[in-house]
Design a protein around this ligand. Sequence first.
Ligand code: ZN
Length: 109
Amino acid sequence: MINYTPEEVRALTEERFASPGAVEPFRCPACGEMDVRIRQYASTHGEVTKTMGYAWCRASRHFTGWTSMYSEDLDDFLVKLPEEQQARFRELSLEGDLDGMFEFLDSVS
Ligand SMILES: [Zn+2]
């Protein structure tokens, strides 16, 4: 996996928010393919719940991740999955296994 540059992240953010109701996949600012997916989920450590997000391109394997304030209306992709898959993703995330995480995201997206 390859990190998007700050300029690419900005371009991606603009594309995503420029057109209301824009739907996936989004255009990849690195390779130009319409192959970018975005997934967010809630992550709780101790008493604090935050929103974790990832955007990644299935074609060129570029990605970016972020943490933001948790909000009740979060469209959490993880809670829609069977429990063993949720556990598997959290395990990959804890291990910091980026390739494994994005392979997992590919398989459920
Ligand atoms: Zn790409």
